[in-house]
Design a protein around this ligand. Structure first.
Ligand code: SAM
Ligand code: SF4
Length: 344
C-alpha cells in the first residue's frame, strides 16, 4: 500500500486508490515503450533517412520501468503492453518481461511488434511470461511491403508469425489502412486471418507520422473497409457484448469463420471509454496518444524520489486527462512526438 507522507496531525491522503480521471474513467492499462528505435521505416510512421533517436542514456532502464510498474500496479494497473519503436530491437527484452510478470497485480502482458525479429524471440518471450502478441502487417504482397516499410523483410515477418503460432501465442494482426494504397490488401489479410485463426485489426491512418504527410483524404475508413470485406469475403455482423473499453470495434463473419476489428480513431473515436496511459521510452507519462502535454517521470525516477511521489505523478497525470482528442475539430494540434517516439 502506498500512502502520502502526513503533514502534522492531518490524516495522510491515500494515494493508492484507483486511477480515475475527472470523467470517471478508470485506468487499468499501461502501454510502455521500450525503445524509439526501429529496424524498418514505415512511411506513415518514420522518415526514410536521418531519424533522430534518443541517446541511450535517456532511455529508461529495465529497473526503472519495473519500479514504475510496481507503483502503477498498486494503483490498479493490471494490463501492460510493450511497444516502441520496435520493442524487439531492445536488447534482452525477455528479461524485462520476466521482471514485469513477477509484479503482483499484473495479469496480462502483451507486445506489439513488426515481427522482423520474432522468429528467434518467440520462445524466450513465451518462457518469460508474455501472454499475447499483436503483429503489424499491412499487406501480403512482398513488393508492397517493401514500398511501405522501405525494407525487404516480408519473409521474416511471416516466419515470425509462424514461430509465434507454434509457441501458442494468441495473435492479432495490425494493418494500417491508408487510402489509395491498401484497398487491395484488405480482403487477402482477412482471408489469411481466417485461415490461421488470427483476428485482423485494421487501423485508420492517424496524424502521427513524423513528416506531417497525414491528410484526411488518406484515411480509409472503417465503413469503407467493411464494404470491401463484405463484397470480397462475406457478410459481417457486429460482435455483441464486446468489452466497451477495447479500442477496436469487432465484427465476425456470419459464416462463423473468424473476426476482424477496426481501430477507427478518426471516424469512430472511442475516447469515452479510454482506460489507457502511456510511458514513453525516455520516461515521459502521457494520458493520451494525442496528448500535447506529458510528465517527466524519468527525472523523478532518477532523483531519490519515494514511491509516494511516483504515485502522486500518476494520479495528477490521470486527473489532467482530457475528454478526448480533437482530430475531427479545427482545434486539433498534432502531438509534438510522432508515433514511434510515443509508443503506439
Ligand atoms: N513497431 C511496432 C509495430 O509496428 O507494431 C510497435 C510500434 S508501432 C508505432 C505501433 C502501431 O502503430 C503499429 O502496429 C502500426 O500499425 C501503428 N501505426 C504507426 N503509425 C501509424 C499511423 N500514422 N496511423 C495509424 N497507425 C499507425
Ligand atoms: Fe517501426 Fe512500427 Fe513505426 Fe513501422 S510502425 S516504422 S515498424 S515503429
Amino acid at each position: 500500500m502506498i500512502f502520502a507522507h502526513s503533514e502534522g496531525n492531518a490524516p495522510a491522503p491515500e494515494l493508492d486508490g484507483p486511477l480515475v480521471d475527472t470523467f470517471g474513467r478508470v485506468h487499468d492499462n499501461l502501454r510502455i515503450s521500450v525503445t524509439d528505435r526501429c529496424n524498418i521505416r514505415c512511411f506513415y510512421c518514420m522518415p526514410e533517412e536521418g531519424v533522430q533517436f534518443q541517446p541511450r542514456q535517456e532511455i529508461l532502464s529495465f529497473e526503472e520501468i519495473a519500479r514504475f510498474v510496481r507503483v502503477a500496479a498498486e494503483m490498479g494497473i493490471t494490463k501492460l503492453r510493450l511497444t516502441g519503436g520496435e520493442p524487439l530491437v531492445r536488447k534482452d527484452l525477455p528479461e524485462l518481461v520476466t521482471m514485469l510478470s513477477a509484479i503482483p497485480g499484473i495479469r496480462d502482458i502483451a507486445l506489439t511488434t513488426n515481427a522482423v525479429l520474432l522468429k528467434g524471440l518467440a520462445r524466450p518471450l513465451r518462457e518469460a511470461g508474455l501472454h499475447r502478441l499483436n503483429v503489424h502487417l499491412d499487406t501480403l504482397d512482398p513488393a508492397k511491403f517493401e514500398r511501405i516499410t522501405r525494407r525487404d523483410d516480408f519473409a521474416k515477418v511471416i516466419q515470425g508469425i509462424d514461430a509465434a503460432q507454434a509457441e501458442g501465442f494468441p495473435l492479432k494482426l495490425n494493418a494500417v489502412a491508408v487510402k489509395g494504397l491498401v484497398e487491395d490488401d484488405i480482403a487477402p489479410l482477412a482471408r489469411f486471418g481466417r485461415d490461421r485463426g488470427i483476428e485482423v485489426r485494421y487501423i485508420e491512418f492517424m496524424p502521427l507520422d513524423a513528416q506531417g504527410i497525414w491528410d484526411r483524404n488518406g484515411v480509409l475508413s472503417a465503413t469503407e473497409m467493411i464494404g470491401i470485406l463484405e463484397r470480397e469475403v462475406g457478410p459481417l455482423e457486429e460482435v455483441p457484448d464486446r468489452d466497451p473499453r477495447a479500442p477496436a470495434t469487432e465484427y465476425r463473419f456470419v459464416d462463423g469463420m473468424g473476426r476482424v476489428g477496426f481501430i477507427a480513431s478518426v471516424t469512430r473515436p472511442f475516447c469515452l471509454n479510454c482506460n489507457r496511459i502511456r510511458l514513453t521510452a525516455d520516461g515521459h507519462l502521457r494520458y493520451c496518444l494525442f496528448a500535447i502535454e506529458e510528465t517527466n517521470v524519468k527525472a523523478l525516477l532518477r532523483s531519490s524520489c519515494t514511491d509516494t511521489q511516483i504515485a502522486q505523478v500518476l494520479h495528477e497525470t490521470v486527473r489532467r486527462k482530457w475528454i478526448g482528442h480533437e482530430i475531427n475539430s479545427n482545434r486539433f494540434v498534432p502531438p509534438p512526438r510522432p508515433m514511434y517516439a510515443i509508443g503506439g
